[in-house]
Structures are given as structure tokens and as C-alpha cells.
Design a protein around this ligand. Structure first.
Ligand code: R5P
Length: 284
């Protein structure tokens, strides 16, 4: 097996190759002056199964993934597995208003043209994988998050809304601690309101888990409620640290005691690695 790291995921791809004890090739991807993607893999021929690690967000990374799929096929790859740590466009998974595209379907079908297997991590809506005709799996980062926090004295795992309650349960169960969820109402793209916590967090160390942090509005509101309810410390761990509009700075400068993300998107706080869960899936 050979792991090819696209420009969005070089560190994760390198770690994955190490975990699999196989060859790693970093794609030499650059941009032409007009912004178009140029990529190249420095190999004469590939007579092996290839795993490409590359996100589909932002848009340029999707194009790079498509080009890398073509490169490895042309070099003779026996099979092509696309590991897409952060699958962009999963949120527009249907036509919500007349005249909109089925973005997730378009992205899946395009990748599917040149791919034998797909692995995603905590995709926003798992149902999106139905658009792939090749085998596809969504891995859960809860195992990686729980492993990271195993010795950090967490008393309660909390999700900011009911939608992520399963994730809180998964991480809480793995840590052997209580879990619960808060109640969130989204007011706009950047604003949310969260009701006061119902469970007793007084004097406790709380870990908030969510699939992604974008503006950080959800986590700021959840943290404020947990601190108001007497939480001793509040940490947050998300799978995908999208962090728009200086969200990392806002969160690290807030009431929070720690902000962590997995390395599905590489950023200054992506210290929780999902390499092991991907390696396990590829070996299995
Ligand atoms: C919502 O469904 C997601 O799980 C996240 O809670 C949300 O995307 C976070 O967005 P933001 O950081 O902008 O509040």
C-alpha cells in the first residue's frame, strides 16, 4: 500500500503511512499564477494499492483530489481509496429550496468516477455516503477524542445540542463518565442561543464535543452556560476545526480552559490524531 498526501492533509497522511508501515508520497501540488491547481507525483509507475488523503474543502482541495485520482490511475495504481478527512459540501445534502443544487450528490458522483473505496471521518450527514456506488465508510473520531482525554480528569461530556448527543454518549462511555446534551437554537449563521444546563455540572470538569467548530458561536454560548452553572473547567474538542473569522483566537481567549480539534483539518490546535482509526479501518 502507498499513502499519497494531498496538500490539505500532508501531516495526517504521513502519520497514516507510519501507522500502516508503508510508503508515503507527498503530492507536489502548487497553484498556477491564475489559481488553477498543478500537481505531480514523483514516481515512474505505481504497482500497488493507493490511498489518497485529501479534503474536499475549500473548493481548490476538491479539484486537487480529482487530479490526484487521475495521476495515480495513470501511474497504474491497483486500487484507489480516497480518505477524505473533512468532507466539504455534506451540509447541502438535499434541495432545501427550489432552485438549489444537491451539492453533496454532485461531489460524491464526481469523486466516484475514479475511486474504489471512500473513507470519511464524522461526515456532517452520514446519509450522504449513499451517493457513492463504491464501498464507503464514515469513521467516528470519538475513539481518538476519548483516548486524548483519558487522563485529563474529565467528569462530564456534554454536546451543545441534541444532534451531537450520540457523540457525547460515545466519548463519555469510552471515558467512563457522565454525558448529557444542552439545548441549542440557531438564530442566524453566526448566532445561537443555548438554554441553561439541566444536569449538575457544579464543580465539575466538562468536555464539550461537537462535529465541527466554524464561527465558534455555538461553543462560546455553551461554555457561558456551563460556567454559569458552576463548571470548574470547560474544554472543547471537535472533529473538524473549520475556525472561520479568527474563531481559534476568540475561543482560546474566552472562558474555555482548552480548545482542541482532530487533525482532519490541520490547524494550530489539531493535536488529536485520527491516523490510528483510519489505519485500523484500512487494515481491517
Ligand atoms: C451544527 O449542526 C454543528 O454540529 C456545529 O454545532 C456548528 O456547525 C458549529 O457552528 P459554529 O461554530 O459557527 O457555531
Amino acid at each position: 500500500m502507498i499513502v499519497v498526501g494531498g496538500s490539505s492533509s500532508k501531516d495526517l497522511a504521513k502519520e497514516l503511512a507510519k501507522a500502516l508501515d508503508c510508503q508515503f508520497i507527498a503530492a507536489a501540488s502548487t497553484r498556477f499564477p491564475d489559481g488553477e491547481c498543478y500537481t505531480r507525483i514523483d514516481a515512474e509507475k505505481i504497482d500497488d494499492d493507493v490511498v489518497i488523503v485529501q479534503n474536499t474543502y475549500p473548493d481548490g482541495n476538491l479539484v486537487e483530489l480529482l487530479l490526484l485520482q487521475d495521476v495515480v490511475r495513470n501511474l497504474g495504481a491497483k486500487s484507489v481509496t480516497c480518505v477524505i478527512p473533512y468532507f466539504g459540501y455534506a451540509r447541502q445534502d438535499r434541495i432545501f429550496k427550489n432552485g438549489e443544487p444537491e451539492s453533496a450528490k454532485v461531489v460524491c458522483k464526481t469523486i466516484n468516477m475514479n475511486c474504489d473505496r471512500v473513507i470519511t471521518i464524522d461526515i456532517h450527514k452520514e446519509d450522504v455516503l449513499r451517493y457513492f456506488t463504491c464501498p464507503s465508510t464514515d469513521l467516528k473520531a470519538a475513539e481518538s477524542i476519548a483516548a486524548y482525554f483519558a487522563d485529563k480528569g474529565i467528569d462530564v461530556v456534554m454536546s451543545p445540542d441534541i444532534g451531537a448527543a450520540g457523540r457525547a454518549k460515545d466519548v463519555g462511555t469510552r471515558l467512563g463518565v457522565e454525558y448529557d446534551h444542552l439545548e441549542k437554537t440557531r438564530l442566524s449563521g453566526t448566532e445561537v442561543s443555548i438554554k441553561p444546563a439541566k444536569s449538575n455540572v457544579d464543580g465539575k470538569s466538562v468536555l464539550i464535543v461537537d462535529d465541527m467548530i466554524s464561527t465558534g458561536g455555538t461553543i462560546m454560548a455553551a461554555t457561558a452556560q456551563l460556567k454559569a452553572a458552576g463548571a470548574k473547567s470547560v474544554y472543547v474538542a471537535c472533529t473538524h476545526g473549520v475556525f472561520v473569522n479568527n474563531a481559534i483566537e476568540k475561543l482560546t481567549g474566552s472562558y474555555l480552559d482548552g480548545v482542541l480539534s482532530c487533525n482532519t483539518l490541520e490547524n494550530p490546535v489539531s493535536h488529536i490524531s485520527v491516523a490510528d482509526i483510519i489505519a485500523k479501518a484500512l487494515k481491517g
